[in-house]
Design a protein around this ligand. Structure first.
Ligand code: FES
Length: 81
């Protein structure tokens, strides 16, 4: 099975085809996705797009990491980055 990479805050994160950004981050041991505007920690929680606890920034847009397919070469940032 092929493995590609995106980056999270500059760190290379491998993923397999079909994985979400959140799944790849968790598999890489990244549990802290950053902080929201109120300083609350962002992380994986519901996994179904309901809680918005997994928000990350991709191409300047805030997206739910659990619903966003991982894509090779993408630069994923924390909300406040
Ligand atoms: S983990 Fe709840 S919206 Fe992604």
């Amino acid at each position: 099975m092929s493995v590609s990479h995106f980056t999270f805050r500059g760190r290379a994160v491998p993923f397999r085809p079909g994985e979400s950004v959140a799944a790849a981050l968790l598999e890489a041991g990244i549990l802290d996705f950053g902080r929201d505007a109120n300083g609350a920690q962002l992380r994986y929680f519901c996994g179904i797009g309901a809680c918005q606890s997994c928000l990350v920034r991709i191409d300047g847009r805030l997206v739910e990491a659990c619903l966003t397919p991982a894509a090779a070469g993408t630069a994923v940032l924390a909300v406040g980055d």
